[in-house]
Design a protein around this ligand. Structure first.
Ligand code: FES
Length: 633
């Protein structure tokens, strides 16, 4: 049986495989925040002809069903099947969340004043050929030459040694050895090549987010990022947040499911990138993993159960340097795989790499770092000390729990303006064209514009008397942000985009958790807002975060806009920096060791701070003087 896509692509399928699984196996990715469970309603395809069985229509409306829309993860072919994939269902690989704001990563690396010294190193050697007089074995011969250049205590895996005889002779005893450093005095061999066959050398920076996985393929000889791949983390089929994943991991066999799923996601991207750029997987000699504590544990197959049990202790904060084979990655099996160290159960390696990418650890001035992703983590400090905490913000700003929420990729509404006279919204869409959803920055814009024009009140409740754009929807009152153009329906399958009452509640809860976290951390540090020299904001907000609007919402502190620096996805940049420089890898470890974790739930006063922040911008308007002035309050 064939599954054919209008506009290109025809793949073998069978009655046991869903459309979603068949497409994914062939490198066609759909938006799928629930990972194929049938609950998010986002993996929509239009069935144009052929036979199919449908397990569930999930959240699809009557109109969508009439239009032939089906959920790819709930539908399987029963005969040759033809489908269209609407724009809003296509997952954009290498989207703006992945590229981050650092266009020239190699130049950013240079700005640290460090040289290129990647995780996997190479040394060229010309060995004296064996003779009757010099008749030591091949491995001893190699070891002797390595020691001559100061590389002692090299460990060799069986696979390395098993090809040594041929390689030495093929290269006429002139070879290149790649290796990693376990410590300043201990090394691990990765590969040996005949000198003339030694071409490219590659490494991976890998950000394992709870919602997304991003991979940078890097030429580690010069630091150039060759390509970027990203996908949703398919673990979401076992739950959206880390807690439900931990619960699944602790049930029989659950850990293996979760591990296989995320390793599969990463390997799918690696295979695509290697294929696209004609890179042999054995030439990928290093990888750096950056993820939160739970994601890092699951990636390595470590039981994360104790992370959610009082007193919240992970198995490891500092990971040994393990290998490609242990990581089960489709790269050189001896490749060095480094994992960014964590600080605590809910402040992981992704925050440590984020701080490395922000450079706040190099400045004597006090800065605040905020990473707003599937959850929100905050850190405050300078070149001597750093305090950190996790806020329970949830995944709203990455699109989770929001009806038309999506990541900041092609087709996402990233900003919204409401005309003060007509109260009609105009939107700006990433990449232009028809919008397919709304990303974090668009949500912040929307809620602030709605509040400014009286369409919602301080608690986010809609006022239907204000405009007919507030209408009764399937889930209660909703605001129509973008009206679909039905005349184009057969071409692009556009749809109305709304913000619902439930969306409003989720957004206000999320922003309140973030603000409460910042307030408590400052209080614990004994500091006030005025001491902050810079505020670094990381997260998937697209090209930028509108700081003034985020302040007006009451999500971030009321500070002059020039103190805010938006950094995008810092976890992937920190992983890249760690991959490319031993010095920065040491910096990373020093950052982790100096970070003090504060458990907000036990310091007292969290609930009060949180409840006070459940208003736009806050119950205490004196905390937001610029908003009070702008609104004439
Ligand atoms: Fe299919 Fe979520 S409904 S991936």
């Amino acid at each position: 049986m064939k599954l054919s896509i209008t506009g290109g692509g025809s793949f073998e399928t069978n009655a046991n495989a869903t459309i979603y699984e068949t497409l994914k196996a062939n490198g066609v990715f759909l938006v799928s925040p629930c990972g194929g469970k049938g609950t998010c309603g986002k993996c929509q395809v239009k069935v144009t002809s052929g036979g199919a069985t449908v397990k569930s229509y999930g959240k699809l409306t009557q109109q969508e069903r009439k239009d032939g829309i089906a959920l790819a993860c709930q539908t399987s072919a029963t005969s040759d099947l033809y489908i269209e994939i609407p724009e809003h269902s296509k997952l954009v690989l290498g989207g703006k969340i992945a590229v981050s704001i650092f266009k020239d990563t190699a130049a950013y690396l240079q700005s640290y004043g460090v040289g290129i010294d990647p995780l996997a190193k190479r040394v060229s050697l010309t060995l004296p050929p064996p003779s009757i007089q010099d008749n030591i074995g091949d491995l001893q011969r190699l070891t002797r030459s390595l020691e001559d250049v100061g590389i002692t205590n090299m460990r060799f895996a069986h696979k390395f040694v098993s090809t040594l005889m041929e390689t030495l002779r093929e290269g006429d005893f002139s070879v290149v050895v790649s290796y990693s450093k376990q410590s300043d005095t201990a090394f691990d061999a990765i590969s040996v090549y005949p000198h003339e066959q030694c071409n490219g050398r590659y490494g991976l920076a890998i950000d394992i987010g709870t919602t997304t996985v991003v991979v940078y393929m890097v030429d580690i000889a010069n630091g150039a990022v060759i390509d970027i791949g990203s996908t949703y983390n398919s673990q979401t089929k076992y739950g959206d947040d880390v807690i439900t994943r931990i619960v699944h991991a602790t049930e029989g066999g659950g850990l293996a499911d979760l591990r296989n799923t995320v390793v599969g996601d990463i390997n799918t991207i690696i295979d695509l990138l290697c294929g696209k750029h004609n890179i042999e997987s054995r030439h990928v000699e290093a990888a750096v993993i950056s993820g939160n504590t739970t994601m890092s544990h699951i990636f390595w197959g470590l039981n994360p159960a104790s992370i959610r049990e009082d007193p919240y202790i992970p198995t490891v904060n500092y990971y040994p340097l393990w290998h490609g084979s242990q990581a089960r990655l489709n790269i050189n099996q001896q490749a060095a795989v480094y994992t960014a160290p964590s600080v605590a159960s809910y402040v992981g390696g992704d925050i440590v790499t984020g701080i490395l990418a922000s450079k706040m650890h190099r400045s004597p001035g006090i800065s605040l770092f905020m990473d707003i992703g599937t959850n929100a983590e905050v850190a405050i400090g300078n070149d001597e000390w750093i305090m950190t905490a996790a806020c329970s913000a949830g995944p709203c700003f990455e699109g989770g729990g929001i009806k038309f929420g999506m990541r900041a990729t092609q087709g996402a509404i990233e900003s919204i303006k409401i005309d003060p006279n007509t109260l009609t919204p105009s939107v700006s869409v990433i990449g232009g064209g028809v919008p397919t959803g709304i990303c974090g920055s668009g949500m912040i814009d929307a809620i602030v514009e709605l509040y400014k024009h009286g369409i919602i009140n301080q608690k986010g409740v809609f006022n239907p008397a204000k405009t007919p754009l507030v209408r009764e929807g399937e889930d209660g009152l909703e605001f129509l942000i973008y009206k679909s153009d039905n005349s184009q329906r057969d071409i692009v399958l556009t749809r109305d985009i709304v913000l619902t009452t439930v969306d409003m509640e989720n957004l206000i809860r999320a922003k309140a958790a973030i603000f409460a976290g910042v307030s408590l951390l400052l209080r614990e540090a004994g500091l006030t807002l005025d001491v902050l020299e810079k505020v670094y904001v990381a997260g998937g907000f697209g090209n930028s975060l509108n700081v003034e609007k985020a302040v007006m919402l009451g999500m971030i502190p009321d500070l002059p806009p020039d103190k805010y620096i938006f950094l995008g996805n810092t976890s992937i940049i920190g992983a890249y920096l760690t991959l490319m420089s031993d010095t920065l890898r040491k910096d990373l470890e020093s950052i982790a060791s100096k970070m003090t974790y504060i458990e907000l739930s036990v310091v007292g006063g969290y609930m009060d701070e949180y409840m006070s922040a459940m208003f736009i911008p806050h119950t205490d308007i004196s905390k937001f003087p610029s908003v009070a002035a702008a609104l004439g309050l």
